[in-house]
Design a protein around this ligand. Structure first.
Ligand code: NAD
Length: 483
């Protein structure tokens, strides 16, 4: 692989290696082969990264927003120019089909850099008149931000966190998931090439202990995590102990409600996109598919038919539309859930088996007759397993849809306009879809409620999570005091 990064870490504008750290093998999920090796950051590497980020921050924040934005937009252009190579690397890192990575990963990362690059020059305070006196506010950066990534969208997560952070004048130390360490290094390389001063964006590798060391370091002002709810609870608690700002992008078990009057073909498309894209390894997936009784059999028949057209195979082949799970461990976790679904009495409609080939391939799997209390209806599986649940009545299905600790996303398919908006308003979720599923444009806020998260990524809303407002009171006349 020509595009492989050349060392484990990227600090102070250069690749850094320290083989004293624990080795982390990079495994290509489509074959199980080891395709690279990085080393977990030692305390010296962590210190180097935080020192670099801290040292670079004042200079970066002192640049005008226009100058910072120009660098981010240049980085966006480079990402787009190198989309092919970056997509190939993303496919090696994650196993996701090139058919997906070539249109979603580097491209959505570039969208974020372009959007926040354009916004950087507009980030200002306001003037608040108070008679003769007045207050002005300054929108200031938080300082050094730590980003911690999950393994399903390594390029996108690296960009979604760095773009708003850097636009606001912060610097960043990013720790990718140990399962997919490669892509964030390319983002660092590209930001540096685009003109980001040394130390503005640094990448260190490591397992959870490296993440924990970063979160609790007093030099860090903000932590943004994309990961599971259990990790989120730990990271949020550690950040709270030091009163640090947080963004938590966590897991979900989102409902997708299909009413009898839905367009069948669109509803099936939504269910496929919301369960089998990226082999089901998407946080916002609508994995509890509530289908009204009048459309149920037609829905299951058409779904099964269309799943038969999935092209499962070598993810680097542009014809392949369904790839492997990211790791053997993740595949085994999902196999465990499939077995539980069968044990607890759900009806296996299609799939359920591991493919007889190298790599970590599972069939797209659909269970019907799932009930609310079954494990596969309550826990996040994070694999290609759809649970179809029956319903008759809108009020009843809304109560069931919201009966979960999660609240990341939710979707509804119906041709009744009034009902669509009523249902969207009733969802306890941060991101909702009407007659669509899993769109994530940079212009729209993205994030969860309840246990699924704190804060929002993308859109103008992200600025609030990467900057703080200082009020400056200005007295124009004499100041009176009681004595
Ligand atoms: P994970 O929680 O196991 O790990 C996430 C990251 O946290 C990794 O980089 C890991 O090394 C690090 N980490 C682990 N323990 C830590 C600790 N104590 N302190 C600091 N860092 C620590 O998650 P995963 O298995 O990599 O990813 C899958 C999960 O991510 C799913 O639950 C999925 O829903 C969620 N996810 C959420 C979003 C979102 O935007 N809401 C997006 C993608 C994935």
């Amino acid at each position: 692989m020509q595009t492989q990064p050349t060392a484990s870490h990227y600090i102070g504008g250069a690749y850094v290696e320290d083989t004293a750290g624990t080795p982390i093998d990079v495994i290509y999920p489509a074959t199980g082969e080891v395709i690279g090796r990085v080393y977990s950051a030692t305390p010296a590497v962590i210190d180097h990264a935080l020192t670099s980020a801290r040292a670079a921050q004042a200079e970066w924040a002192a640049m005008t927003g226009t100058e910072r934005g120009r660098i981010l937009r240049r980085a966006a252009d480079i990402l787009r120019e190198r989309n092919h190579d970056l997509s190939v690397l993303e496919t090696y890192d994650t196993g996701k089909p090139y058919q997906e990575t070539s249109v979603v990963d580097a491209t959505s990362g570039a969208d974020a850099l372009e959007y926040f690059g354009g916004m950087a020059a507009t980030l200002t305070g306001e003037h608040i008149p108070l008679g003769e006196d007045w207050v002005y506010t300054r929108r200031e950066p938080l300082g050094v931000c730590v980003g911690i990534g999950a393994w399903n969208y390594p390029t996108q997560i690296a960009c979604w966190k760095s773009a708003p952070a850097l636009a606001c004048g912060n610097t960043m130390v990013f720790k990718p998931s140990e399962t997919t360490p490669l892509c964030a290094l390319k983002v660092a390389e590209i930001l540096h090439e685009a003109g980001a001063p040394a130390g503005v964006y640094n990448v260190v590798q490591g397992l959870g202990d490296v993440g924990a060391a970063l979160v609790s370091d007093p030099r860090v002002d903000k932590v943004s995590l994309t990961g599971s709810v259990p990790t989120g609870r730990k990271v949020y608690a550690a950040a709270a102990a030091e009163m640090k700002h947080v963004t938590m992008e966590l897991g979900g078990k989102s409902p997708l409600i299909i009413f009898d009057d839905a367009d069948l073909e669109n509803a099936v498309s939504g269910a496929i996109l919301g369960n089998f894209y990226s082999s089901g390894q998407v946080c916002s997936n609508g994995t509890r598919v509530f289908v009204q009784s009048g459309i149920k059999e037609a829905f299951l028949a058409r779904l099964t038919e269309r799943l038969g057209a999935a092209v499962i195979g070598d993810p680097q082949d542009p014809e392949t539309s369904f790839g492997p799970m990211v790791s053997e461990r993740q595949m085994e976790i999902v196999q465990g859930y499939i077995a539980k679904g069968q044990d607890e009495g759900a009806r296996l409609v299609t799939g359920g088996e591991r493919l007889e080939r190298d790599g970590f391939f599972l069939e797209p799997t659909v269970f019907a007759d799932v009930t609310d209390d079954m494990t596969i209806a309550r826990e996040e599986i994070f694999g290609p397993v759809m649970a179809v649940l029956d319903f008759e009545d809108e009020a009843d299905v809304m109560a069931r849809a919201n009966d979960t600790e999660f609240g990341l996303a939710a979707g509804v398919f119906t041709s009744d306009l009034t009902r669509a908006h009523r249902v969207a308003a009733g969802f306890e979720a941060g991101t909702c879809f009407i007659n669509s599923y899993n769109d994530a444009p940079v212009e729209a806020p993205f994030g969860g409620v309840k246990a699924s998260g704190v804060g929002r990524e993308n859109s103008k809303a992200a600025i609030e999570h990467y900057s703080q407002v200082k009020s400056v009171y200005v007295r124009m006349g004499d100041l009176e005091a009681p004595f």
